[in-house]
Ligand binder design. Sequence first.
Ligand code: FAD
Length: 456
Amino acid sequence: MTAIVWFRRDLRVHDHPALRAALEAHERVVPAFCLDDRLLHGRHASGPRTQFMLECLSDLDASLRDRGGGLVIRHGKPERELAQLARDTGAEEVHFTGDVSPFARQRRLRFEELAFVAHPGLNVVDDVKDIETKQGGPYRVYSPFFRNWLELPRREVLGAPRELPGLSVRKGSVPRLADLGLDQEVADPLLGGEAPARSRLSRWASDGVGDYAVNHDQLGADRTSRLSAYLHFGCVSPREVEDRLPRGEGPNAFRRQLCWRDFYHHVLYHFPRNAKSEFQDRYRGTIRWSYAEQAFERWKEGRTGFPLVDAGMRQLQREGWMHNRARLVVGSFLTKDLGIDWRWGERWFMRLLIDGDEANNNGNWQWIASVGVDPQPAYRRIYNPALHMERFDADGSYVRRYVPELREVPDEYLREPWEMPPEVQEEAGCVIGSDYPEPMVDHKRARQEALERYRV
Ligand code: FAD
């Protein structure tokens, strides 16, 4: 018998339960990937993320070929392409890694003539949707979810198959980004693929994660794993990432972050409406969001006049990635200081982030906009960019890396450069209002206005 393994965002051969199960039960296995225009050009279209995905596909194809097989690439609606592939190969079953996003679930429902078999592999635990509170419902608060999650059983990590059956169908090839009508919009992106993901994971487990608890928030030190894009596309399995962690405080803090990913997948599964609207009833349709285009442009371009906000936004433009602490600061600035609808920020992130992930991005945007699960009063999540810089970029190395106009600004003025006396501005080659913008808002006043908006 023949089975198709439908790869989606599990682009790896190690620890791949669907691939393993198909190989165990079938003589012939056809690994396949469908380029789906509804995703490539849909509301989360992204050149940088698609480029990364194409690199992942080439890497996966090479790994499958090394083992005697290869990746069949089709371009079209999977419900049609897979049905055709099944007819061409005589396949009766399709094995795949289960997913939680509303679109992934809907795509699956449209198949009828083929038997579909879902497998774990998307998250650290086998099935995030089945995790329940003591009352039997989904979680809305992170800490109790985390305590429960820690205790759940874990499956064995699987090795990569040694050999694969050869392919007897037209293979197709991985297109170039331009063939798909998309552009690479970031200058310095991460390279996609299981091979770079595995070497990053090995380095991280042996000498990165140890000091994670102490350093993960230090912007200049840049001491986080940068595994997010690899996790998003499944170049490494989250379960294997957890399994490779040594013992200690750093690894424990890191495990807690991995669990946020599972938590937001759980939340999106149970509350799919979150993808488009606020989780909290009292804020749904009641907050008067701003839609000021010019202010939004300045935020996107990193020209707000607040060094930490600008550094974060320019890191995003340059790398297609931003440090988590900076994501929080720019998110707070957009939604609280500028009062702009969080969905605009969410959309911009999805366009440029290589790790852009509907569940994580939406969950975090709702969190920082104070409208989502895991609620706290709005004033708790209004961040003062200057104070944040003092705590998380004390020597200014992060800001100076991404905002070259501020490189020569003396330390004591770097957090609030508009306070520089004119002669210091001249000396630093940074005249406020011409070399670097005036601050867009008065943070104190903006904070008061934000609190008013949330008083609904
Ligand atoms: P590490 O600190 O090394 O963490 C390891 C892994 O844990 C990450 O790769 C990620 O998979 C997971 N993780 C860590 N923090 C979070 C978190 N807060 N929520 C969910 N998972 C987490 N992460 C995404 O993967 N995709 C997104 O689209 C995304 N959008 C975000 C938007 C906003 C406004 C904010 C505040 C955060 C967002 N995050 C998103 C979460 C977080 O910023 C990134 O996961 C992290 O910065 C990735 O870098 P890293 O791999 O070095 O993280």
